[in-house]
Design a protein around this ligand. Structure first.
Ligand code: TYM
Length: 329
């Protein structure tokens, strides 16, 4: 079976609809066809300052959400990045393979460092290089992510290629797995920028009170027209709602457009609020159950880390040997 690896940051506590539709839904589906490795990337989280208590809690909350959304720890290796020290170790190697200018061209770094008021740490700059190590350690064939990660995957491929050319074939070049329809879910208040936690009013969080989420959906920014049609350029807000509606129900955008012919934006928003509530209510119940027994949750993560390490350590050992490091005896 081909391998798949992906990761998600625990920083926010709750995941949002963009995370789910852009990436996590694919994580769940790919378990059927792939040998899957999924990690909560706590090393990435500390590229911005974290309160230790909050980080610990959010890491468990993240793992609980992944389980609640359908990651099956018997079929997939679900783990916490810091439990597998090979990530940091290969991360260092990859830093030494990366050009300064190359890292500086990462648009997510440019955006994040521009937005951040506190001083920007070097970790934020080298963030995508650690991400490359995450992926390459598992010789992943595919990496399910949203559109915003495409450039990081290109860097990953470049680094793998460079290493292979210099030292001999060591790493598989991974392919991004980006589902076009939901690759970029937009902010409900500003439907020209991607949904992200930095704009609280426009983000729908999985762990928020569904009533509040339904209300956010009802107040989503649309346009002054009245027709419900899919036209991302002219009707970004309505088109975003249609994409979300379609993804959550499995109904095609065309059939939704046909069904809402003659109805108003208000009807669409109200119905989508109900669709979302129906989706998220059982997920929230399962999250609560997983968080109720953190001893069991930690055990699941320990098992995942053990499986991950058995793969990661082999790749790291091979890379170290190729580089010319002495074998520790
Ligand atoms: P993160 O934690 O920001 O986001 C997790 C996943 O959600 C996707 N995503 C979206 N997709 C569609 N529309 C949106 N509005 C939206 N917002 C977020 C992201 O593309 C991502 O797939 N660098 C990664 C974490 C990471 C990783 C890895 C990913 C670390 N190591 C190795 C893959 C492989 C990140 O910050 O994702």
């Amino acid at each position: 079976r081909p391998r798949v690896l992906s990761g998600i940051q625990p920083t926010a506590g709750s995941f949002h609809l963009g995370n789910y539709l852009g990436a996590l839904r694919q994580w769940v589906a790919l378990q059927d066809t792939h040998d899957a490795f999924y990690c909560v990337v706590d090393l990435h989280a500390i590229t911005v300052e974290q309160d230790p208590k909050v980080l610990r809690q959010n890491t468990r909350v993240s793992a609980a959400q992944l389980l609640a959304l359908g990651i099956d720890p018997d079929r997939s290796s679900l783990f916490v990045q810091s439990h597998v020290p090979e990530h940091a170790q290969l991360g260092w190697v990859m830093q030494c393979m990366t050009g300064f200018g190359e890292a500086g061209r990462m648009t997510q770094f440019k955006d994040k460092s521009a937005r951040q008021e506190a001083s920007v740490g070097v970790g934020l700059f080298t963030y995508p290089i650690l991400q490359a190590a995450d992926i390459l350690l598992y010789q992943a064939h595919h990496v399910p992510v949203g559109e915003d990660q495409r450039q990081h995957l290109e860097l990953t491929r470049d680094l793998a290629q460079r290493f292979n050319t210099r030292y001999g074939k060591t790493f598989r070049l991974p392919e991004p797995y980006i589902v076009k329809d939901t690759a970029k879910i937009y902010d409900l208040q500003d439907p020209t920028s991607k949904m992200s936690k930095s704009v609280p009013a426009g983000v729908v969080e999985l762990l928020d009170d569904p009533k509040r989420s339904a209300k956010k959906i009802r107040s989503a920014v649309t346009d002054t027209g009245r027709e419900i049609v899919y036209d991302p350029a002219a009707k970004a807000g309505v088109s975003n709602l249609l994409v979300i509606f379609s993804a959550l129900t499995g109904r095609s955008v065309e059939s939704l457009v046909a069904d809402y012919d003659g109805k108003g934006y208000g009807d669409l928003k109200k119905d989508l609020g109900e669709v979302f509530t129906e989706f998220v209510t059982p997920v929230q119940a399962r999250v609560a159950e997983y968080l109720d027994d953190t001893a069991e949750l930690d055990k699941v993560l320990a098992r995942g880390a053990e499986r991950a390490r058995s793969v990661a350590s082999k790749t790291l050992a091979r890379a170290y040997d190729r580089i010319g490091f002495l074998t520790a005896t």
